[in-house]
Design a protein around this ligand. Sequence first.
Ligand SMILES: *Cc1c(COP(=O)(O)O)cnc(C)c1O
Length: 374
Amino acid sequence: MNRIYLSSPHMGGNEEVYVKEAFDTNWIAPLGPNVDAFEAQLEEHLGNDRYVAALSSGTAALHLALILSGVGAGDEVVCQSMTFSASANPIVYLGATPIFVDSEASTWNICPDLLEEAIVSRINKGKKPKAIVAVHLYGMPYKVEAIQAVARKYEIPIIEDSAEALGSSYKDEPCGTFGDFSILSFNGNKIITTSGGGALVTKSDSLKQRAVFLSTQARDQAIHYEHSQIGYNYRLSNICAGIGRGQMEVLSQRVTQRRLNHAFYKTLFSAQDAISVFEEPGAEYFSNHWLSCVLFAPKLVVLKEQIRLDLAADQIESRPLWKPMHLQPVFREAPRYGGAVSEDLFNRGLCLPSGSNLTDLDRERISKIIRQYL
Ligand SMILES: *Cc1c(COP(=O)(O)O)cnc(C)c1O
């Protein structure tokens, strides 16, 4: 019996062609034609005059977005609590403090009201936050307009963590275009992958060039190696970008396939009032459904764990939702606003296999196990 993963890489076919091109021309470096072409594909996908710097990871992109937002030691940065730790870690790399804010129940993302409460509270304590990290969790867009309104009111830049949301959109505009800076991830478990990689999305070419400069060791113009700033080794390699080129050719197929998985789970759980599939709260929202998730009624949390174990016994991976950052031991000292909504989601939610490469046979295996409980 093959193992069914939550989300595994799914090649389109042309990736090897571009990787071979890199070998044939000896562009085995963190620059080259695949990097340029991959960035151009991403820029075309995003539109809206956005510029893309391809980097070694989404985490690196967040780190550079914070630097370009002027975040430094002693600063505070507001961050969605319900997320993967990579949204918050780079804040700490810079010696700044994350201020965690709870989610609202409709998108599972940062709550605009609590965001404003947190900002006002931090200002009253003497420090205006330097940036807001907002996340489109599981591919579901956050409340774009409400979050932008708060950010504008207090003149704080938004860093849009779109690591899970390439191919999602809000009011027909793609995720990755809603922040002052946006980041993407091409890690192995994401909707498309470069094996490892990420990108920073900026609103100007000069900001992109700043990101490229910082990501290639901040080397000044000179014959020798001259440095007037601290740099990073964060550029994507031309080999990985070759994989990205092939993956961008099939992105829209991957979105369709993930959304079909979601439709399959909707049907599977359709007769169950006590188990609900996470879905868009309105027609403005379009999720890539990177992962399909279900919420169990409070009285069924024991059943949730039972189903997880039964799936695991049949080599099928499922996983609890992201554990909120304000509950993580490493962040226990960080200030936080609210918390009950994300804690409740964490207690009651489960992510189900969502790969674009799931077969009908895989879905049958999954439904056979789950149906025993319905
Ligand atoms: C995957 C992910 C990241 C980090 O991306 P990497 O490319 O793995 O560094 C950041 N934020 C979220 C929400 C993610 O899911």
